[in-house]
Design a protein around this ligand. Structure first.
Ligand SMILES: Nc1ncnc2c1ncn2[C@@H]1O[C@H](COP(=O)(O)OP(=O)(O)OP(=O)(O)O)[C@@H](O)[C@H]1O
Length: 689
């Protein structure tokens, strides 16, 4: 209520504000310190250039909407917002100490002390409890979004990617949207198998805890695609008992509680708030005293960070190292979101070793790369998690398919002139054109002038053009634009192919668009394999159960991962081409393969089976050596940190797992043989014809 009164005093005329220095920069916006002249109050103004926002308008709409509706002392709420030419201005309270990330970068590069961390995290958690109770998922919890005022007040900011869990017609709680920041992103958000819910915030909260403890997030130095793979395939990161001696057991426990890969096993925010770790939390004054004392003004710090960034860019020419440094540069700035560029993705895809058929990075291999990552790959975690995730590991084609699909999407779905598109579709106009009385019942009348009339139009436009579910599967992907020789990042929502862009105003147009832009998302063999396999065995196989096909009006959907959807009746020529080109890998007669129209569909399947087979074999050999190591360990040591990995029960369990895997290998072998036979027969049949 108080906020509503204050907001009413904030004018929506840009001339009433005096912009001072830059205090922050995100993917989509620049933030300035400013003075609101009529009320004589310092504010922060986030300026988004709608021309540069590509098609992330849905995200912007969501941010403005959420920022206007929320009401909690630990959440940064907008005073008002309005358009100024092609810019959107969001006026908000000025948090003079800046973000926890920037404070760390300036004065605490090794991370904060435990009481500081407990105090910061408790405030953030209070905000999450509120958000979750209101049906929101924040989706971008990280130190860069924890803002602190000079008096030590803490607020969680940046709703650029927040989502309302209730905003679909059926009040569906799980999400299918691919947004967030790779380092902080929960595995289920990356996987997009079953959508995700507010538990994704608990994962990011755990990562943020590690970030505050070490001064950087786990895997922050790696390029995004690698972060994805590491998050999916490695043991969850955690505090190490040896390396992190300075932290209490309860802190370690808190982190471990949040960073569980199965979201169902993560506690809800409300329960987490009762964790004993928060007994270490202190007051706002304590925070101000211990981390803000002697801190240079925010603008000055921001300038320094920018010059550090420029230095990095200068030292940065080519090579893998430069990619890692670029990643680090973005991290220093606190940039979030998908900063993928196609080169990153392709390099990442190239990293996936296709010669041995395995798609995962070896955790031990990763570990030696960077000491600072040791904590995150503690052996006790690795050991258990490797076992847990053997069955759910994603095949390499999935990664490559996503790279290709993303490539397609990036090249086909960004509007060249977003503002025009925005204007025609969403009817954005200057603040002056707006009817100040236009309100929405969900909004306090004084708040915001991007206002609900427009927001409603956006909603209307959305519902008229595309079904809600499709929009839910929109993907917010940041792509790099090359500007003056270096990469600049800008955000954009990749709307799923069914709704590739809000600018396609009808289903007919969309269909036309699809025909004109044959994105050929259906290139991958495994998809076909899954469909086939699914019909027969997925009931008994958890991996196959997880990828059960869905029916759609356009045909059987073999695979739906977020915005990527492949139907069985649209196997493209590209599949054929790729199948032909790879047929030598599975020792089939190339000519037969290329001349038989049925083969393209079968070849990738065979290829996939072979890869699965190799993968299973590798898993087996790793398990066997693990068992051997385990027995050695249990004989040799009387104490140590791997209590859970030794003992006859464990050995028995592993042994039965090995047997199970051996059975799968045999089945897959048989399947390969059967398909080879079938394939050869159909090749011969075709040749005769
Ligand atoms: N109200 C504020 N007071 C002080 N500093 C702020 C404020 N809002 C934002 N900042 C600073 O500006 C930076 C970028 O802002 P913000 O995160 O909102 O932009 P963005 O484009 O949404 O970024 P991203 O998408 O990378 O999160 C923040 O990390 C923070 O340091």
């Amino acid at each position: 209520m108080e906020h509503a009164l204050i907001s009413r005093r904030f004018p929506t005329d840009p001339n009433e504000y005096k912009l001072y220095e830059e205090i922050g920069e995100g993917v989509s916006a620049t933030v300035y310190r400013a003075l609101c002249v009529p009320v004589d109050i310092l504010v922060a103004i986030k300026v988004l250039d709608l021309e540069k926002c590509n098609n992330d308008l849905d995200g912007i709409r969501r941010e403005v909407q959420t920022m206007s509706l929320i009401d909690h002392p630990n959440l940064l709420r907008a005073y008002c917002s309005f358009t100024n030419g092609h810019q959107l201005w969001v006026v908000m309270p000025y948090m003079a100490a800046g973000s926890a990330l920037h404070i760390m970068k300036t004065s605490f590069p090794e991370g904060f002390d435990e009481p500081v961390i407990a105090t910061l995290l408790r405030e953030v958690l209070k905000a999450l409890v509120y958000l979750h109770s209101q049906g929101h998922i924040h989706r971008d919890v990280k130190a860069g979004n924890i803002l602190i005022d000079t008096n030590g007040a803490v607020k969680l900011a940046d709703f650029g990617v927040s989502a309302c869990m209730f905003d679909t017609g059926n009040r569906q709680r799980a999400r299918n949207t691919f947004v967030g920041t790779p380092c902080w992103m929960a595995p289920e958000v990356m996987q997009q198998l079953h959508g995700y819910d507010y538990k994704a915030d608990i994962w990011s909260f755990g990562i943020t805890a590690l970030e505050l403890a070490h001064g950087h997030a786990p895997f922050s130095k790696y390029p995004p695609m690698k972060v994805l793979l590491m998050t999916l395939q490695n043991a969850p990161p955690g505090l190490d008992y040896e390396r992190d001696k300075r932290f209490s057991k309860s802190f370690k426990d808190l982190v471990a509680t949040c960073l569980v890969k199965d979201p169902r096993k993560r506690p809800p925010s409300e329960k987490l708030l009762k964790h004993s770790f928060f007994k270490h939390a202190r007051s706002a004054e304590y925070l101000a005293r211990s981390i803000l004392d002697g801190l240079p003004p925010l603008g000055e710090r921001f300038r320094e960070l920018k010059s550090k960034e420029a230095e990095l860019l200068l030292n940065n020419k080519l090579g893998q190292e430069s990619k890692e440094q670029l990643s680090q540069k973005e991290y220093i700035r606190g940039i979030s979101g998908w900063n993928f560029n196609l080169e990153d993705l392709k390099n990442a895809a190239a990293l996936i070793d296709s010669s041995n058929g395995t798609c995962y990075l070896d955790v031990r291999e990763n570990k030696v790369k960077d000491d600072s990552q040791d904590a995150y790959n503690a052996p006790e975690h690795i050991y258990q998690e490797r076992l847990n995730h053997v069955a759910s590991r994603r095949p390499e084609e999935d990664e490559i398919q996503e790279v290709e699909a993303l490539n397609d999407a990036l090249s086909s779905s960004f509007p060249s002139r977003p503002l025009e598109a925005l204007k025609s579709c969403f009817d954005v106009c200057g603040a002056d054109d707006l009817d100040p009385t236009a309100t929405d019942s969900r909004v306090q009348p004084s708040v915001g002038t991007l206002p609900f009339e427009q927001l409603q139009k956006i909603e209307h436009c959305k519902s008229a053009n595309c079904n809600g579910e499709s929009l839910e599967r929109s993907v917010s992907v940041r792509t790099n634009l090359v500007t003056s020789g270096y990469h600049r990042h800008s955000s954009g929502s990749l709307i799923p192919e069914q709704v590739l862009s809000p600018y396609l105003s009808s289903d007919l147009e969309r269909d036309g668009f699809r025909q004109k832009n044959p994105s050929s998302r259906n290139r991958s063999g495994p998809l076909l394999f899954r469909q086939m396999k699914d019909s027969r065995t997925h009931q008994s196989d958890p991996f196959l159960r997880a990828v059960a096909p869905e029916e759609s009006s356009e045909g059987k959907i073999i695979r739906r991962r977020g915005r990527f959807q492949v139907t069985s009746d649209s196997i493209s020529q590209k599949v054929a081409a790729s199948a032909c080109s790879s047929s030598n890998r599975i020792n089939l007669p190339i000519e037969a393969a290329c001349s038989n129209p049925k083969l393209p569909a079968i070849l990738p399947t065979l290829q996939f089976l072979m890869q699965q087979n190799t993968m299973q074999k590798e898993v087996l050999s790793r398990l066997i050596s693990s068992i051997e190591e385990t027995s050695d360990d249990s004989e040799a040591s009387t104490s140590g940190s791997y209590q859970s990995s030794g003992g006859p029960a464990r050995e028995k369990e592993l042994h039965s797992y090995v047997l199970q895997l051996q059975r799968s290998v045999t089945e897959l072998d048989e399947e390969v043989q059967r398909l080879k036979l079938q394939n050869n027969q159909s090749g011969l049949y075709h040749c005769k014809l």
